[in-house]
Design a protein around this ligand. Structure first.
Ligand code: ADP
Ligand code: MG
Ligand code: MG
Length: 253
């Protein structure tokens, strides 16, 4: 389980407080959506959990199955079961997708003290997963993300997620959003990876992704805090009325 308590984060190089007391409890098997206006701190939350540089935790905690995430290096957090799907997938010319995936999987296994997968074992697993996710075998041979379409990059991200078998997946949708087809791919991938134990935190600026990935809980973030939590109906409220009413409600509360 992922548990965030009273998380306060500022920029390392600037006197700017971004997160001002985020609380979130993600139980196994649950899908949480985080919505909120641009600039509210949604991406910062995911970056800080994943261990990206440039941020300083000034107060609060984040644990995964009781282990303090902020005591771990980014690779250790990943090996412990945290996966962040990046907003902007990196292209790695000259490195085949398959090689990249195998290196990623094996380095995590090593950190967990598990045996590395042989080329044969790995191939078997990657083929199975690719098939489940309807990913063309050809994509496995190409250099990582080079010349991939937006949809292919998303598909590849889902494959990475499937191969790493994380406990908690954080997906941060770009503010510009995905086109409808790419969004359906992501949703299908996520739904295929839902197994009753793995949990998801889906960060989205818009409601429409949640038509395809049905969340158990919806949280609204504003100005560095979660100001309201509820069920899927909260996303519909945002869809119909925007954030203005919710934000006003908060100010008068
Ligand atoms: P969201 O994902 O909800 O749109 P972000 O987490 O990206 O919000 O940003 C929250 C606030 O923090 C914004 O005001 C943004 O400009 C600021 N911010 C985040 N990271 C940085 C950074 N590295 N440098 C300067 N400002 C930043
Ligand atoms: Mg933003
Ligand atoms: Mg963002």
């Amino acid at each position: 389980m992922l548990e965030i308590k009273n998380l306060h984060v500022k920029l390392e190089d600037e006197d700017k407080q971004i997160l001002k007391g985020v609380d979130l409890k993600v139980e196994p098997g649950k899908v949480h959506a985080i919505m909120g206006p641009n600039g509210s701190g949604k991406s910062t939350t995911s970056y800080v959990l994943a261990g990206r540089e440039g941020y300083e935790v000034t107060e609060g905690s984040a644990t995964l199955d009781g282990e303090d995430l902020f005591d771990m290096e980014p690779e250790e957090r990943a090996a412990a079961g945290l996966f962040l799907a990046f907003q902007y997938p990196v292209e790695i010319p000259g490195v085949g997708n398959m090689t990249f995936l195998r290196t990623a999987v094996n380095s995590q296994r090593k950190l967990r003290g598990e045996d590395e997968l042989s080329a044969g074992e790995f191939l078997k697993i990657v083929r199975e997963k690719a098939k489940t996710l309807k990913i063309d075998a050809d994509m496995l041979k190409r250099p990582v993300n080079v010349g991939f379409s937006g949809g292919e990059k998303k598909r590849n991200e889902i494959l990475q997620m499937a191969m790493l078998e994380p406990k908690v997946c954080i997906l941060d949708e770009t503010d510009s959003g995905l086109d409808v087809d790419a969004m359906k791919l992501v949703a299908e991938g996520v739904n295929a990876l839902r197994d009753g134990k793995r949990s998801f935190v889906v960060i989205t600026h818009y409601q429409r992704l949640l038509d395809h990935i049905k969340p158990d809980y919806v949280h609204i973030m504003s100005n560095g805090r979660i100001i309201k939590s509820g069920g899927p109906e909260l996303a519909l409220e945002v869809e119909n009325n925007g954030y203005t009413d919710l934000l006003a409600e908060q100010e008068t509360a």
